[in-house]
Design a binder for this molecule. Structure first.
Ligand code: ARG
Length: 601
């Protein structure tokens, strides 16, 4: 649906610059108006070239253009003078100043405020999908991406690497959807491998149906740990386990029927825990799903290319030429391995979905592994191999609970909830007012974990710190939830001003007059750009930074730009509109980060 929320371009029509869309990002039209002036004054610079040179402003300007980028003959001072002498203020641009090689532009405040807040309103409350759409764009329309993330191993621990993959992956799923892509989100479970041989060999001795049904993830892990201890004392256990795994690979029904139940019960448990994290998968795949056929074809193809060698019956692929070492593709006993399953799995996914892109969200510890299987796909000359991408991330150091090292997701969530609950109790008065402290502390605790995880560049390692991430001070998850709750409270506290009139009927003079309000509106206007940049970098940190900048800007306005206590109702209403818009945009940013914004806490 094409709409014209700014209505400004009805007053002064603009030439459309390819790649821009003022119906989802009002700033695109302001940038176009600036670019128009540049290209008019400085031939042969085209409108598109000029547009590419319009950057966010430096030194208090809204937008800045660096003149040298156009590589024009003549001195920058003369070029600047050419632009300035032709400049006329209009409803888009109010003024231009010149400083060294830069031109600084200031937008017309009245149009800025009106068009931005109107667009937020329309794209939040009047969308065809009935879902809030402010910040979304259609750059990925018609394209399909497969995003694989989380990928824990059944019967082993859910470590922080899996937690990071879950958090970053969920963000990417939201981000690609917000950019118009069709997304298929998959969890690639470690549901195959010798650990199941171990469990099969010890299940009679250590397994319990009741425990299994209570918590399959926990129970299978416990059995695995006990059998592993036995194996350390008695080498026969390993031999026995290998036989069991061999039977699984050969399709032995006795082995598989047990394994199937374990897998299904584990998935059920995972689903419940992901739900608490606000994470959902379209599909649970697993290493077990990968068919033999493509694994064999891969081996044959690499053999043809002269890259396979035999080491005591095992098959090795030699990737030394690409500095990726040698890797085993098949064990001597013929059983498949992790690397080969990834090769076959990728091919099957392409056959099934014909994706335009596939993303693997996997820890940087597996950089070599991922590089190897992507290289093999590339050597097999699949054209789509080039569209597969590894989104990696650094390590988390020192995550533990008060009782010791955390191994399961539910323990991490429990700990976050407990620590947060204690934190909230410190303020007895506020605590008494919270309706459901248990669920609030869980939500805020999870927000704390997610924000700490996404605050810096993915590749950075960081140290897990409960106190820091769950404090209400500093740029933390609890602070962000608090900022949202405070904005949400404003409608409860001002029922006399609601419902607000239609956007066009609100008198915005009070906002135009306030520098605080202008800052907030400009930040709100930049949100669609924040989303686009995040898609380019595939980094959540820019969105986190944006959310805190917005929270801080609101904080600085809060005491002076008041709603409650403002005698002039026109003024109060305009301000309320701004704060409610800020709430909508903050909530959108939080949801993009997979965080559920709270109404009360
Ligand atoms: N299950 C694996 C692990 O825990 C991670 C899987 C990553 N994805 C992949 N396609 N290899 O180490």
């Amino acid at each position: 649906m094409s709409r014209e929320p700014t209505r400004l371009s009805h007053v002064i029509p603009l030439t459309h610059v390819p790649g821009t869309d003022s119906s989802t990002c009002v700033l695109d039209s302001f940038r176009t108006a600036i670019a128009q002036r540049i290209s008019d004054a400085l031939p042969p610079v085209t409108l598109e070239q000029a547009y590419a040179g319009v950057d966010y402003g430096k030194k208090g300007a809204d937008f800045t253009v660096a003149l040298p980028r156009f590589r024009l003959p003549g001195k920058v001072d003369e070029l600047a003078a050419q632009v300035i002498s032709k400049f006329q203020a209009d409803p888009y641009v109010e003024s231009v100043t010149h400083e060294k090689a830069f031109l600084h532009f200031r937008l017309n405040t009245n149009s800025l405020v009106r068009s931005v807040l109107t667009q937020i309103h329309e794209l939040t409350y009047e969308t065809a999908s009935k879902e809030p759409e402010y910040g979304t764009n259609k750059s990925g329309a018609g394209k399909k991406v497969v995003i694989e993330y989380s990928a824990p191993n059944i019967a082993k621990s859910f470590h922080v690497g899996h937690l990071r993959s879950t958090i970053i992956g969920a963000f990417l799923v939201n981000l690609y959807r917000a950019s118009g892509w069709e997304v298929i989100s998959v969890n690639y479970l470690g549901d195959w491998g010798t650990q199941f041989g171990m469990i099969l060999s010890g299940y009679e001795k250590y397994g319990s149906q009741t425990e299994l049904e209570k918590d399959a993830i926990q129970h299978l892990y416990q059995v695995y740990v006990k059998v592993s201890a036995d194996a350390a004392a008695d080498p026969n256990v390993k031999v026995e386990a290998a036989k069991w795994f061999r039977r699984m690979e050969d399709g032995d029904e006795e082995a598989l029927s047990k394994w199937r139940v374990w897998r299904a019960l584990s998935i059920k448990k995972y689903e419940a825990e992901y739900e608490r994290l606000n994470v959902k998968f379209d599909l649970y795949l697993g290493e077990s799903d990968v068919g033999k056929e493509w694994q064999d074809k891969a081996l044959n193809r690499l053999d043809e290319l002269g890259l396979i060698s035999d080491a005591n019956g095992a098959k090795l692929v030699d990737l030394e030429k690409w500095k990726m070492g040698k890797a085993v593709l098949r064990k001597a006993d013929g059983t498949s391995i992790y690397l080969t399953r990834d090769i076959g799995g990728a091919i099957e996914r392409y056959e099934k979905w014909k994706f335009d892109k596939m993303i693997y969200v996997v820890a940087s510890q597996q950089d070599l592994h991922v590089a190897q299987f992507l290289k093999v796909l590339n050597l097999m000359e699949f054209p789509w191999a080039a569209t597969c991408e590894h989104v990696n991330f650094g390590m988390v150091l020192g995550m533990s609970t008060r009782k010791g090292t955390a191994v399961f997701l539910n323990e991490i969530i429990k700990e976050a909830t407990g620590v947060m609950h204690d934190q909230m109790k410190k303020n007895a008065e506020k605590y008494a007012a919270v309706e459901d402290p248990e669920s609030v502390s869980q939500e805020v605790g999870i927000t704390g974990i997610k924000i700490q995880d996404m605050a810096a560049k993915r590749i950075n390692n960081y140290t897990f710190n409960w106190d820091r991430m769950l404090s209400f001070e500093g740029d933390t998850g609890p602070y962000l939830q608090y900022a949202h709750v405070r904005l949400a409270s404003i409608s409860r506290k001002n029922p006399n001003l609601l419902p607000l009139p239609a956007p066009a009927a609100i008198d915005i003079a009070a906002l135009v007059a306030s520098a605080h309000a202008r800052d907030i509106v400009f930040l709100l206007a930049s949100y669609p750009d924040v989303v686009k940049t995040a898609l380019k970098t595939q980094e959540p940190s820019g969105v986190v930074t944006f959310a805190f900048r917005l929270a801080h800007a609101i904080s600085s306005a809060w005491e002076t730009v008041v709603v409650k206590g403002e005698a002039d109702e026109e003024k109060a209403r305009a301000r309320l509109w701004m704060y409610l818009s800020a709430r909508d945009v903050l909530a959108a940013a939080m949801r993009l980060l997979s965080i559920r914004p709270l109404e009360r806490m």
